[in-house]
Design a protein around this ligand. Structure first.
Ligand code: TYD
Ligand code: MG
Length: 452
């Protein structure tokens, strides 16, 4: 094939265009077209040529089993997020910012799998085997049995994986891997997509599970075309503040389990450690008895998590008072302040307001409104809310308090963590034997009760 033949491929949707342009015709994204060399081989052929298949169609009822076998790594939070362990023949992409702990996580998984007799091959295009050894030495797990390979060429990687008959292949990272069959540098859209597709085929045909590390872009997505996430079975994001100990592993796609489940880890001197009581992980370090603090329960997948919201209102200097929200949308804060002012009669006009969600958590659910209000009321009056109180409720523009979903589970978790009373919507149907339930119609009632 003649050299230099190329197409322009959209980094957003993966569509091919014969000519460069400022905008992708397929998805409308701007500045997303990059030049890419075409495949050296020809795919397909005449469409109506009949090719016998090794796998003829079978009836679903003739397929045995139902329960998928899984390899449990024993790293409890990792197994939980995957839905019970690694599924043979599956491809899992683990994305995250540099330094968050992706390589550490994969190395620990490999070590734990080896200790159960599951053979692993750890391929790194980012670190040399010597550097891998240094990392392994820090870990609590014994990583000695893992096969390591410093290689970036996909053909060589697949060859070694097949030779070793590895049950689990860990590849760090998909952006450093390239195939001979495409021109173009590792990490470009075509390379990443082709490598992922070939690994997927390898996993489905030969049966090993593949874990891929993927880098994230500044926007927070995994670098490469969005199609990369479509190709693989499972996509996990590893998040957290590198300056804090906590790390959250979040499933955003999972063909073998539920999505939006999270696992919580702590980065220690000997690797990642699953947090034993994830529901209360973000409450650690809470000082009770201070004003401006309130606790709520979020749903993360099927698990409730308790988080603390802190507010501080102080007299503003000259000019427009400041509104600073960390871990929640500043527009949500503005709305809640307006509601408190108009419906609750608390003036914020000359106060600077700071609201902070502890532990680096981001609030997305409106069910956290009531806790934000409680923290604000508490700081204005400089009166702590009861330390054993939980706040659950969405607040409307009329100052009404609305029920939230999944109350039972949130209350059960709060009771387990030692909470004794809960403020929620009077219309909420959740009850609890262990908690005193305080139903509120509107925020007037909240301010009255917190002031009493
Ligand atoms: P790493 O797994 O290399 O992150 P990534 O592959 O996502 O880029 O590790 C990130 C950080 O974790 C690194 O700064 C060192 C630190 N670390 C520990 O604190 N304890 C340990 O046991 C290990 C192995 C790493
Ligand atoms: Mg790494």
């Amino acid at each position: 094939m003649s050299k230099g033949k190329s197409v322009f491929r959209c980094t957003e949707c993966g569509a091919d265009q014969p000519k460069w342009g400022g905008r992708c015709d397929a998805c409308g994204a701007w500045n997303s077209l990059v030049e890419e060399a075409l495949l050296n081989r020809r795919i397909g052929g005449s469409a109506d040529r009949q090719v016998p298949s090794d796998h003829p169609p079978i009836r679903l009822s003739d397929i045995s089993g139902g329960q998928v076998d899984r390899w449990r790594t024993g790293l409890a939070e990792f197994d939980f997020v995957l839905g019970g362990g690694i599924v043979p023949g599956s491809v899992t992409l683990v994305g995250g910012e540099p330094g968050i702990g992706k390589s550490t996580l994969l190395m620990q998984c490999a070590a734990r799998l080896e200790s159960q007799g599951v053979s692993t091959l750890y391929v790194s295009g980012e670190e040399s085997p010597d550097q891998l050894r240094l990392r392994a030495d820090r870990l609590e797990e014994d990583a000695g049995r893992i096969h390591v390979l410093g290689e970036t060429r996909l053909e060589a990687i697949l060859h070694h994986a097949a030779q070793l008959k590895s049950s689990v292949v860990l590849l760090d990272s998909v952006q450093t891997t390239y195939t001979d069959e495409l021109e173009g540098a590792p990490g470009n859209v075509g390379q990443v997509r082709e490598c992922a597709a070939r690994l997927m085929r390898f996993a489905k045909e030969s049966g090993p599970a593949v874990l891929l590390v993927g880098h994230v872009t500044k926007g927070g997505g995994i670098a490469g075309p969005k199609t990369l996430e479509h190709i693989v079975d499972t996509v996990l994001y590893f998040e957290g503040e590198t300056t804090l100990d906590h790390r959250i592993l979040r499933a955003v796609k999972n063909r073998f389990g539920s999505v939006d489940e999270i696992g919580v880890f702590r980065m220690t001197g000997t690797g990642l450690e699953p947090v034993a009581n994830p529901a209360a992980a973000f409450l650690a370090g809470r000082t009770t008895g201070a004003s401006g603090s309130a606790v709520t329960a979020l749903m993360e997948g099927t698990r409730p998590m308790l988080v603390e919201i802190q507010a501080l209102a102080s007299k503003a200097g000259f000019g427009t008072p400041q509104r600073v929200a960390t871990g929640l949308d500043h527009r949500r804060l503005a709305l809640l302040l307006a509601v408190l002012e108009r419906r609750g009669g608390l003036p914020f006009g000359n106060l600077d307001v700071f609201v902070n969600v502890t532990g680096g958590v981001r609030l997305i659910e409106p069910s956290t409104d009531l806790a934000i209000l409680a923290a604000l009321v508490s700081t204005v009056h400089d009166r702590p809310v009861p330390a054993d109180a939980l706040f659950l409720g969405e607040v409307g523009l009329g100052g009404e308090i609305r029920p939230v979903a999944g109350v039972e589970r949130r209350l059960a978790e709060a009771a387990r963590q030692g909470f004794r009373r809960v403020y929620l919507s009077a219309r909420s149907r959740g009850t609890s034997d262990e908690l005193e339930v305080i139903g509120l119609e509107g925020i007037g009632e909240l301010t009255r009760r917190l002031a009493a």
